[in-house]
Design a protein around this ligand. Sequence first.
Ligand code: MG
Length: 250
Amino acid sequence: MIIIKTPQEIQKMQVAADLLVEVHRALREKIRPGVTTLELDQFVDEFIISRGGYPEQKGYEGFPYAICASVDDEICHGFPRKEALQEGQILTVDMVVNVDGYLADSAWSYAVGEISPEAQRLMEVTKECLYLGIEQAQVGNRLGDIGHAIQSHAEKNGMSVVRDFVGHGIGRKMHEAPQVLHYGKPGRGLRLQEGMVFTIEPMINLGNWQMKLDSNGWTARTVDGSLSCQYEHTLAVTKDGPIILTEQDR
Ligand code: MG
């Protein structure tokens, strides 16, 4: 069942989103060679709690950390580690912030120092995929329009879309209906209505889309070892177009 949100509920989610955006802005300044993702996790955990929020991923189905920290060929759900980040890596930090029972979810990828031109290109195309998908989040469009916009842009650039993880409705729970696929056919699937709030979070690989799970049962990485990148926003569908709750550039 899809839970349609009132403008008041969307406003409460915006409060959580504002805190989440603040965390990502602070992370931008911290991510560099020599820093560990475990330090970043601790920083995020303390930052969110000090502002009256809660890092919702911590304890979710047993996930042990405030952030997912996925490096290079890790697609998502990477565990923070004590090894230092190295020049040239790409790091995706994903987090969910809870303020007063309302949630916001956003993942962002960061370059660690200088990165290769192909890693740079992957980051650019993945971010373009996210925003092209969001453009399709219009009342009356269908979920397939979002998936198609993302898939066609990734594949046009010789990259691939991970199939195993999808966007999702969000509100008072982290995962609500509907599932938002990052691939698909235009004009297919659920019709979008005002008040739907969900994430779009394409995971794009330089090589093939297939993934394998690490022995920790969480971390997904590319089977072929190729680089993977992800950007994610939480957005609300309104009659005036999509509102990106987790937008950092405003
Ligand atoms: Mg997320």
